[in-house]
Design a protein around this ligand. Structure first.
Ligand code: SF4
Length: 838
């Protein structure tokens, strides 16, 4: 079959027809067909995809020891992998992989290195780490791991060594905004962070999915999303895409694309909520039973008039419809959801009354103007949702923080889902379940506070930052030398320069290090600043422990076998970490912590994981070690449907978030009114950062937006120089930037022209890219796929001959700004200008 864009994408998303039921698990009928693998022509190896962080179960096929193809593991209810996963073979056999240890010879950023032996390279790193430990400053080492390194082992080594400065990339993709936005409604603790799999769309049973910033087919086609989404489409699910860019893979006929102005999701959401209120399209029974719609709120402070959240069942004041008085909820038989009253001289309204009135401050016309989505589209969507609720939902999107107002956006989405009564309902949003896999390695806390925790505890504006999933504090800490000097960076698979907005600031911080060590199979922007580079294997060349797939409605455990022997002079991440441990720990420390692993290898970890696996009775009945090894994957049962599963202050789903109200009130008391507006519990519209800079964009100005494709990964490290993906991607011009046709014509541009792009606040950093004119981009937006070209770091072109030598990565030149209080760095909240290249 000739590989074209169309059939590639088709074959990359799971086929959905012909399912059969075997041992309680639906299995694709095709999986039972006899293939050449059954005759011994090909060997079959089960593994877990590590081309991105989703851990999709897959199977690799070998002929004569050579990897010839990769497919989805058929032994799951939703066999599905994406183009990136299928193209892993091209990453494995990429002739421009890093083949030997390297030591820098030119200045940082120049890309000049010489080959070195493993001993020389490891000794350099080990000696520096020993020196810093001897000087009492192990905490001055900043460690940057990624999902595809020595899973379970590497963090332990750095903790034992004495640093808590483990800078995860979590703020780039899931991070605070998504977690707090959802948690503010669903609850979960003092800082209610809810992960991406806390609730998931029940695609298979949904009638309408409103996709805001996430498209499971056009973007991140993860297991089991891709398969569930595909089945939903087959079952007649309609999709409404609210995005400045119409994505790949969204059908023409049964998808309504609502091109929203970048940063304009909130006015759209307020307009939509206003229609739900105006037409009584909300789910009244659900709101009464499961939400805090009835809680009486002081209209001045926006806090509850009275709340006792210490009780087993929290109690609060409501307005009783029968007696027409305010009383405790526990005493009321008929609490009102819409009411205004006075309690001891305090003006009070029910939460739902306040939410409704906050929408009324914003006319539908204003909502349409500010969002770019026509009034009639908003009216129709509200009506359609009403007709199918609760079998519908608003997806709150992926990638954490795009704009200053993203937290408020995620809150509104989560609250509106409450108005529609979709939580824990068939076809709505259902709670995920996750298999927890333990680690045999223990952690030792450093004596020094981590940079992130110090910022959280000491810096105004960082009070709600996520101390475990942030890396944007690194350049700030280096610049300010607070709370202490960071002297060494160790990049293990992570590419913060290419993957984090404000990449140029991170590059500047790396330049100040006494040493930058790096472990990676592939070249990337950050490696240009390394002093020593150790060539890791790819995931195909090493066995790894068991993985839990975490973005699923049911628990999934996958195995990861080694597919081929390591190529070139590469070593797997576990070997590298142990070699380093031998150099930086005493014999006793090494023996106590790592001898068992050295003797037993990956099997030692797997045995530990299985011995400590805790399953409920239902799952235990379907789990067996033998079957896991034979099938390469085990899938448990989905959680039963229920409307909520985490505690909240009011004991109910908080369509009116008391977490937000508390922060709003606190910030107002501290006269931090600008920041407070981002924490309003009402349906308000705090501006994006770029909107505070300019009311109206000039004709040559755009807001850069980015998105996944099934062909490129977040930082491009595994996919940028991948010949298979390039062959498909060039049919899509995926290394170009895309702007609206009329805007392009007005600027005298045509598709294929080369343009220059720069941030209006950083005009000296100019990036070149090809431009494509299209009707599928909203006029204010300039779209690029994640991590495709070499962008600002043209020195990479010598090392990545398959990658596009130009191309735009907004992370390279984006402002490093921090969202108020929650402190994520908005990734798309800046203005770029374009001009024809000279
Ligand atoms: S989504 Fe694609 S790249 Fe990511 S793990 Fe799954 S198959 Fe691999």
């Amino acid at each position: 079959m000739k590989l074209t864009r169309r059939n590639f994408i088709k074959t990359s998303v799971a086929g959905l027809a012909g399912t059969t039921i075997t041992a309680g698990v639906p299995i694709k009928a095709e999986a039972r067909k006899i293939t050449s693998a059954d005759y011994g022509v090909e060997n079959k190896v089960f593994l877990t995809c590590r081309m991105c962080a989703q851990n999709c179960p897959m199977v690799a096929y070998l002929r004569d020891g050579r990897l010839v193809r990769i497919d989805a593991n058929p032994n799951t209810p939703y066999p599905s992998i994406c183009g990136r996963g299928r193209a892993a073979a091209a990453a494995l056999y990429d002739p421009q992989r890093i083949k030997t240890p390297l030591i820098r010879t030119g200045k940082r950023g120049s890309g000049e290195f010489r080959s070195a032996s493993w001993n020389e390279a490891l000794d350099l790193i080990g000696n520096k780490m020993l020196q810093l430990r001897d000087e009492g400053e192990p905490h001055s080492v900043a460690y940057f791991p990624r999902f595809n390194t020595a899973s379970l082992l590497d963090d332990t080594i750095f903790n034992l060594y004495g640093t808590d400065n483990i800078f995860s990339y979590g703020d780039t993709c899931f991070g605070s905004t998504n977690q707090l936005g959802l948690g503010s409604v669903l609850g979960g603790g003092e800082e209610p962070r809810q992960g991406n799999s806390s609730v998931m769309g029940d695609y298979e049973n949904a009638k309408i999915a409103v996709l805001i910033g996430r498209n499971p087919v056009g973007g991140l086609v993860a297991f089991p999303w891709g398969g569930m989404f595909g089945r939903g489409r087959k079952n007649g699910m309609k999709t409404v895409l609210v995005d400045p860019k119409k994505s790949l893979g969204v059908g023409e006929t049964d998808t309504d694309w609502l091109p929203v102005i970048p940063g304009g999701d909130i006015p759209f959401l307020i307009g939509l909520a206003g229609e739900l209120f105006k037409n009584n399209y909300y789910d009244e029974a659900f709101l009464r039973e499961y939400t805090n719609a009835d809680i009486l709120i002081n209209t001045e402070t926006l806090l509850p008039v009275y709340l006792d959240s210490e009780l087993d069942t929290p109690d609060y004041m409501v307005y009783d419809e029968t007696s027409k008085t305010a009383m405790m909820k526990s005493e009321s038989n008929s609490p009102a959801i819409f009411a205004s009253c006075e309690v001891d001289g305090i003006k009070a309204k029910t939460a739902l009354q306040l939410l409704k009135e906050s929408c009324e401050k914003f006319t539908l016309k204003q909502a349409a103007e500010k969002s770019g989505i026509p009034e009639e589209k908003i009216i129709k969507l509200a009506k359609d949702l009403n007709s199918v609720k609760p079998a519908c939902f608003l997806e709150r999107g992926y990638r954490a923080t795009r704009y200053f107002n993203s937290l408020h956006e995620k809150y509104l989405i989560s609250s509106i889902n409450g108005l529609l009564g979709v939580y824990g309902r068939k076809g709505g949003l259902i709670y995920g379940r996750y298999a927890y896999l333990d680690t045999p390695f223990s952690y030792n806390d450093s004596n020094e506070i981590s940079v992130n925790m110090w910022f959280k505890e000491n810096m105004e504006g960082f009070e709600l930052c996520d101390p475990y999933n942030m890396r944007r504090t690194f350049p700030l800490a280096v610049e300010r030398e607070e709370p202490y000097k960071i002297r060494m960076a160790f990049l293990n698979g992570q590419n913060p320069v290419g993957g984090s907005v404000g990449g140029y600031k991170i590059a500047q911080a790396l330049e100040k290090m006494e040493m930058v060590a790096a472990v990676s199979p592939f070249w990337n922007e950050s490696l240009l600043y390394a002093d020593v580079i150790l060539p890791d294997t790819t995931f195909l060349e090493r066995a790894e422990p068991l993985f839990a797939t975490y973005k699923a409605t049911f628990p999934v455990i996958t195995v990861h076998n080694q597919v081929v022997k390591p190529m070139f002079d590469t070593r797997n991440g576990y070997w590298i970490m142990l070699a380093l441990a031998k150099r930086i720990f005493s014999d006793d420390e090494y023996y106590d912590n790592f001898n068992d692993f050295e003797q037993g290898g990956i099997k030692y970890i797997v045995d530990y994981q299985l011995e400590n696996l805790e399953l409920n009775d239902e799952d235990a009945a379907t789990f067996s070690r033998r079957k896991l090894i034979e099938d390469g994957v085990w899938c448990g049962a989905a959680a039963p449907l229920k409307p909520m599963n985490k505690p909240t202050p009011s004991g109910k789903l908080e369509v009116y978030s008391l977490f937000m109200a508390n922060w709003y009130n606190l910030l107002m008391q501290q006269d931090r009114t600008q920041e407070a507006q981002y924490y309003s519990p009402l349906y308000d519209y705090p501006p994006a950062y770029y909107q505070t800079k300019k009311d109206k964009l000039d004709s040559d100005e755009f807001i850069p937006i980015t998105g996944f494709s099934p062909l490129s990964s977040f930082t491009g490290a595994q996919t940028r120089n991948n010949i298979l993906l390039k062959n498909i991607g060039q049919n899509l011009n995926y290394s170009a930037v895309f702007i609206n046709t009329k805007k392009g014509h007005d600027l005298g541009l045509k598709s294929g022209d080369i343009i220059e792009i720069f941030n209006i606040e950083e005009p000296n950093m100019v990036v070149k890219s090809e431009v494509q004119l299209t009707e599928t981009v909203e006029p204010h937006a300039l779209f690029s796929f994640y991590g495709v070209g070499t962008g600002l770091y043209t020195k990479l072109s010598d090392k990545l001959s398959v990658a596009c030598p130009i191309g735009f990565n907004p992370n390279h030149i984006g402002n490093l700004t921090f969202m108020p209080v929650e402190a994520s760095a908005p990734s798309q909240d800046f203005i770029v200008k374009i001009r024809r290249a000279k």
